[in-house]
Write a protein that binds this ligand. Structure first.
Ligand code: SAH
Length: 498
């Protein structure tokens, strides 16, 4: 596994300064032992004009397998290692990233006592990784590095140079060039993105990986357009860690957000819900339908579960019949934007006593949510992975148990009617699924049955005669003794009739 880091210089600023920045003398070849083998640092060229440092990792496959045995899940050697032993020692991967951080740890932190100001300044950089395993191919390589200010060359490596007809391997030759970056962030980009592209970590991912990711991602990851993919792959797709990291990244972004963002978000929501819907955007029609159903139910104390940025909470506050409104969301960022929108800090005492925003996950039961008249899940269920949905069902219908529950979700059949949606695409990047009317009814029916509710369905938005409405809503009403009796009698009659 091999990569080179090169720079160019002038007589006043010799390229060999790179040696100071990396804390490795250009005149020496040095070897360092790491957990996975020996890392060598040497300089194929080093003069005032051009200086290139090479990092070569000689992987000790035996040590690696032993390590895998000690640390892997359940102590068993990782089956993926079989493949590893074949090609890994020769290709840059997560191990090279680990070596990078071992060997250049001060440089990665931007520490340079010899040339402190040089460490902070951009310098011309050329980084080459001759064989980089890249799941997602050259296209993903570009999507990851270009937003960070790199000029990217990513060429697929042929499986076998003598037999071009065999096609490309999953490796690319990567060259990154930039004049805009200091060395430290450049190294941190590699430290995070090499394993992301490799997408197969060779060591056990533990919770301190989240800290490592956030530290290495400082200054660039919070705003990276592929932040989610980076986070999830870096953490080996471990859901709980990824969520934790995403939340902490949100907090970072939040510190930089300002009120104009609330407006931006509103505009984006409107755009997403289809500007051709004017004069009434679908989001507004949905809110109106929800409020109408809440009024019908006679609810006064209402939960908005997955309240997002607080638009519904704001609308409910305008109607005095809603005496208590609780917005719940897992995202601190959403809640902070909600609280800005509602101007909670400037609200009169009486008004403020009607509204609470709480952070919580709907996948867990929460005693704070008990005892309310109604709960709204507006465009929320589709944000949960299907296997997590039963946990939400239990938390809402089994534990919180309000008398009325309103659930809205997109009707996937309608998607072909959205001009802006490419066929077969969900409406929102984070939707884990979207249901047809039949699927939604089946789900709602089962939930109602299991938890003692009755479900009734309402269309929201302009109906297509064949495909139905863009949004579907289920109104769940808890069965009372009275309704249970009638249902039982009805069932008995049916039984007798049969
Ligand atoms: N109800 C709002 C927002 C819908 S977007 C509206 O109708 O406009 C979905 C919201 O659900 C997001 O704010 C997201 O943070 C939240 N969410 C997703 N999974 C959640 C969970 N497990 N617990 C709580 N909130 C969740």
């Amino acid at each position: 596994m091999f990569l080179t880091i090169g720079t160019t210089g002038t007589p006043e600023r010799p390229a060999t300064d790179l040696g100071f920045l990396l804390h490795k003398h250009p005149g020496k070849a040095q070897a360092f032992s790491t957990s996975y083998g020996t890392a060598h640092v040497l300089y194929p060229e080093a003069d005032a004009e051009r200086c290139t440092a090479a990092l070569l990792l000689e992987v000790d496959a035996v040590a690696l397998v032993r390590r895998g045995r000690g640390k892997g899940r359940g102590g068993a050697p990782d089956a993926a290692l079989a493949q590893y032993v074949n090609d890994r020692p020769y290709a840059a991967s997560s191990l090279l990233a680990v070596a990078l951080s071992n060997v250049f740890s001060s440089a990665m932190r931007g520490v340079c006592n010899a040339l402190p100001e040089r460490a902070e300044q951009p310098l011309p950089l050329r980084i080459e990784v001759p064989a980089l395993p890249a799941r997602g191919g050259p296209d993903l390589v570009r999507r990851l590095f270009e937003p960070l200010g790199w000029t990217v060359t990513a060429e697929p490596v042929a499986l076998d140079a003598e037999f071009p007809e065999w096609g490309d391997s999953r490796y690319v030759r990567l060259v990154l060039e930039s004049e805009a970056l200091p060395l430290a962030p450049a190294l941190r980009h590699l430290y995070v993105l090499l394993p992301v592209l490799d997408d197969a970590k060779h060591y056990w991912v533990s919770s301190d990986e989240v800290d490592k990711l956030l530290r290495a991602g400082e200054g660039w990851l919070p705003d990276h357009p592929e932040q989610k993919l980076i986070t999830s792959r870096y953490l080996s797709r471990r859901w709980s860690l990824t969520r934790q990291a995403m939340q902490r990244l949100e907090l970072v972004r939040l510190a930089e957000a300002d009120d104009s963002e609330v407006e931006e978000i509103d505009n984006a929501v409107e755009a997403e819900t289809g500007t051709d819907e004017k004069p009434t955007p679908l989001a507004v029609q949905r809110r109106d339908a929800i409020i109408a159903a809440l009024k019908e139910s006679g609810a006064a104390r209402v939960l908005d579960l997955g309240c997002g940025q607080g638009q519904l909470v704001q609308a409910l506050l305008k109607d005095a019949r809603f005496t208590e409104i609780v917005g719940v969301d897992v995202s601190m960022r959403a809640l902070t934007i909600a609280s800005r929108r509602l101007k909670l800090d400037r609200m009169g005492e009486r008004q403020a006593s009607r509204v609470t925003l709480v952070q919580g996950s709907l996948a867990y039961t929460d005693s704070r949510l008990k005892g309310y008249d109604a709960a709204v899940l507006s465009e929320v269920v589709e944000h949960l992975d299907l296997p997590r949905l039963p946990a939400l069902e239990f938390a809402v219908f089994g534990s919180a148990r309000p008398r009325t529950v309103l659930v809205t979700t997109p009707n996937v059949e309608y998607n072909v009617c959205w001009e802006t949606l490419p066929a077969g695409h969900a409406r929102h990047g984070d939707h884990r699924f979207e249901w047809t009317r039949e699927e939604f009814r089946a789900w709602a029916g089962t939930v109602a049955e299991r938890f003692g509710y009755e479900a009734e369905f309402r269309p929201v938005g302009p109906q297509d005669p064949e495909l139905g409405p863009p949004t579907q809503m289920a109104v769940f009403t808890m069965k009372t003794m009275e309704t249970m009796k009638t249902t039982n009698e009805h069932n008995e009659k049916e039984v007798t009739a049969a």
